[in-house]
Design a protein around this ligand. Structure first.
Ligand code: GAL
Length: 830
């Protein structure tokens, strides 16, 4: 098909209550009970335990903690362990146990436990009885506990995790790293992921909303129920409702479809991510026995083979990023604020789209994207039957793929941000003649669960997916690292909808510059130069080459760069196999996190961030590199690059103008010799450059639009480090035991200039109503613990993350370092 059209209104299952503070609006508390936050007071042991499920096991010495929890991020980094997963302890056996009581008054209820994901190979027991298991760590699951609960007495839930070594190509984390809820439901209730809403028609005047609600009757007799659905706008004003009377047979489930019209609907859009709320109430004899709140948005999506992606009738170029799921130094333990900050930083670079490479995301990430206005490709798998690593998902594929894929879609299909289902990344079946069969099977599952969104795959073995016909079994073809083939593929397949599902894979280290700029990989420090000539895996190429390819092929939906944030693991180009270690990537220690992104592991922008910003944003900006502290190089020529979205840039060195350069006309030679397809120097029209003989002082760039100066940036030669400067991203956070303040720690000279090569070790003291959650500096080779109370600056910067406690008050943060003036700041918690 050459266009994929869907017009829909989306409902977000609000996942019961993710946070303790969130309660459902129940009018009849006796009959209808909220989901319980079930994250607190677990016991943990990272060891093998015989019969860890045994009710009488003495667990009094186990560590007490709250979920979500990632044990691997606690380290230590270990030489000899797989650097592909970050050199961290991501495998082994561990147990979590929780003692809890369910009041006798609930003895007639349905009790279940819902995990948003547990890494990896989760097995669950209640009071010694085996309840169930789920191998894939990225998928949510729920188990019915009702038959085994002892009401009014101590119950023990035990979870065994046994992630394997060599099971991932990136840092997967380890532990019950997503949220857990205990659900107390009436016998008649709306089960997990029980609503699905589409809008068959949307106009400016009216949206027709179709809501399919599943109702379960666990009674031994049939029930007469009323389903009442109420839609509200952002202010809580009711904008529509419907009520249906239905009989549900005993021990059965029934789907009820209702239609509600909203007059003059406000659209969910990238710039205006408007969300509505839907409340579904189930009533028996006039009493509410279950209610189910949801957020939703109204939008239309359309994919056209020539015009690209169309949101609410307007073409939108996808300026996308691929992201793994870790949150840098915080590891994988899901934190709403950490995700929100990541995506806000991405938005500030000009990002409007995300690909959740290469697995189902946390529910929180999709909530963040719904609220910020970022469209999402939700990806299911990195492997099918053919494995990429010895203990990969391929081991579970046959038994679990259908359930995992259906569950992913049922959980996520109500998010307005989600626009495509990706059924795979670079799956090895591309090279198989019958690879199309499995593709068709997975594609059909997606359409069966949700026919309002297209399917896609990120293909890489050009032309294998075309020869073997996999590319013809998905709605939209994603191409990983093929910018030079877009035109040819389109010529051969004029009706195909295409985009760059993974692009560039350029690498760099923040604030590092190597001379001559052609110097590619250098072995002394395991860093990569931020002049951003091509350094990366053999398939890597300059961001500039993709910009050019997108411009020349306007039919493309856009691109998704690899990656938005640096992530833990896969430290290419400092990554290699050592045959003596059973295929582990152990060479090039201590490189332990990726170099791919325009933003480092802390979220600090590298120079490349501004290259993307210059292409993806319109608010006038200009950026200049490198830093201007080149002691010993006086008189040497230093290449100076400028990135801008203005028409022209003037460079001023030590007060003297070196003239203006015009973007697109005055091009820049960028080293590209690392890459197969572009040997030598690449001529980029996206960068401006000057050769400047170095003298200390300053370099300043001024961006001009229509002849008018509209943006500028200056870098001064810094004197020696004199003081610490702390900048909190938020000085007031919620006193909920979860909220975070991210504090940028800058090493400055006496005049407040950033010292661009400072490496001072900074000590942190955090007192009052908060704790130190993590430290980092963005150096891909640093093996200091992410939980240490000190951190060396890397090129003048490091990061401190503090977390609130449950009591309101003040968090006092003091940073000190020998020979530097220390600084104290206060973050309030409310
Ligand atoms: C791709 C792969 C990604 C990542 C990237 C690094 O082939 O899909 O997961 O490994 O290469 O360049």
């Amino acid at each position: 098909m050459n266009t994929f059209k869907s017009s829909m209104l989306i409902i977000i299952f609000t996942i019961g209550c993710l946070f303790a503070s969130c309660t459902k609006d129940k009018t009849s508390k006796e009959l209808s009970v909220s989901d319980q936050n079930f994250n607190s007071d677990w016991l943990f042991l990272k060891d093998t335990v015989d019969n860890g499920q045994n009710v009488f096991l003495d667990d009094s010495s186990w560590r007490k903690l709250n979920l979500p929890h990632d044990w691997a991020i606690e380290g230590p980094f270990k030489k000899g362990s797989d650097l592909r997963t970050g050199g961290l302890p991501v495998y082994g056996e561990a147990w979590y146990r929780k003692h809890f009581t369910v009041d006798k008054k609930y003895s007639s209820k349905q009790i279940s436990i819902e995990f948003d994901g547990a890494m990896n190979n989760a097995k669950v027991w209640l009071n010694g009885t085996y309840i169930g298991e789920r191998p894939y760590g990225y998928i949510g699951f729920e188990f019915d506990l009702t038959p085994h609960i002892k009401f009014g007495e101590d119950n023990v839930i035990a979870v065994q995790l046994s992630p394997e070594d060599l099971a991932a190509r990136w840092y997967p984390g380890a532990g019950i790293y997503r949220n857990v809820r205990l659900k107390i439901n009436s016998l008649v209730h709306i089960p997990q992921w029980g609503t699905y809403i589409t809008t068959p028609e949307v106009t400016d005047e009216q949206a027709t909303v179709s809501i399919k609600t599943t109702i379960k009757n666990a009674n031994m007799s049939s029930s007469d129920i009323v389903l009442e659905t109420i839609l509200k706008d952002e202010k809580g004003t009711v904008v529509g409702s419907n009520s249906s009377s239905v009989v549900i047979q005993k021990s059965a489930e029934k789907d009820i479809t209702q239609t509600i019209k909203i007059a003059k609907p406000k659209r969910w859009d990238i710039k205006t991510p408007v969300l509505y709320t839907a409340s579904s109430n189930v009533l028996i004899d006039g009493n509410i026995v279950d209610s189910y709140d949801s957020e939703f948005g109204v939008r239309t999506i359309d994919f056209d083979a020539n015009k690209g992606f169309i949101l609410n009738g307007k073409q939108v170029e996808l300026n996308g990023v691929c992201m793994h799921h870790d949150q840098g130094a915080l590891g994988t333990a899901i934190n709403y604020r950490a995700k929100e900050r990541q995506m806000q930083i991405m938005q500030s670079m000009g990002v409007n789209a995300l690909r959740t490479s290469h697995n189902p995301p946390s529910p929180e990430l999709l909530q963040v994207c719904d609220r910020l206005g970022i469209v999402v490709i939700v990806e299911a798998f990195d492997e099918w039957k053919m494995g990429k690593v010895p203990n990969g998902y391929n081991k579970y594929f046959d038994q679990w793929h259908e359930k995992d894929l259906r569950d992913m879609i049922q959980r996520d299909r109500n998010h307005p941000s989600v626009i495509m289902w990706s059924i795979g990344n670079e799956i090895l079946e591309q090279s198989k003649e019958d690879g199309w069969k499995l593709t068709k099977h997975l594609n059909d599952i997606c359409h069966d669960e949700d026919n309002t969104r297209p399917t896609t795959i990120g293909f890489n073995y050009y032309p294998a997916p075309f020869v073997n016909k996999l590319a013809y079994q998905v709605d939209i073809v994603g191409m990983n690292y093929w910018p030079l083939s877009y035109t040819e593929i389109k010529e051969q397949n004029p009706n195909m909808i295409l985009y760059g599902s993974e692009t560039s894979s350029q690498t760099s280290s923040r604030g590092v510059y190597h001379f001559p700029i052609e110097a590619a990989v250098q072995k002394e420090t395991n860093h990569v130069s931020s002049y951003d000539g091509v350094v990366g895996p053999p398939w890597a190429y300059l961001p500039d080459a993709e910009f050019d390819a997108q411009e020349k092929n306007p039919f493309s939906l856009g691109e998704f760069i690899w990656t938005g944030f640096d992530y833990i693991g896969e430290p290419t180009p400092y990554a290699g196999k050592d045959n003596s270690t059973n295929g582990r990537w152990t060479l090039d220690w201590p490189s332990r996190s990726s170099y791919f992104a325009p933003v480092d592991l802390c979220g600090f922008p590298k120079d490349r961030y501004f290259l993307y910003q210059s292409q993806w944003t319109t608010e006038p900006m200009v950026h200049v590199l490198p830093h201007w502290n080149w002691e010993g190089k006086e008189g040497d020529v230093i290449p100076v690059y400028a990135y801008t979205n203005c028409d022209e840039v003037e460079l001023i060195v030590n007060g003297k103008s070196l003239g203006k350069k015009v973007k697109g006309v005055d091009t820049t030679k960028v080293p590209a010799e690392f890459h197969d397809f572009e040997k030598g120097m690449y001529t980029s029209k996206y960068r401006l450059s000057w050769d400047v003989p170095y003298q200390p002082g300053s370099i300043k760039v001024i961006g001009y639009k229509n002849g008018k100066a509209v943006a500028e940036k200056e870098i001064k030669t810094a004197e020696s480090p004199a003081k610490i400067h702390l900048i909190a991203d938020r000085t007031e956070i919620k006193a909920d035991g979860n909220d975070l303040s991210f504090i940028t720690v800058k090493i400055e000279d006496v005049s407040g200039n950033l010292c661009p090569i400072a490496a001072n070790d900074v000590n942190f003291e955090v007192t009052g109503e908060g704790t130190l959650a993590a430290v980092d500096n963005g150096d891909q080779t640093a093996i200091t613990s992410f939980q240490a109370n000190h951190r060396k600056a890397f090129n003048g910067l490091c990061l401190l993350v503090v977390k609130s406690k449950n009591d309101a008050g003040e968090i006092k943060i003091t940073a000190s370092s020998e020979g530097l003036k220390s600084e104290t700041i206060i973050v309030k918690t409310k």
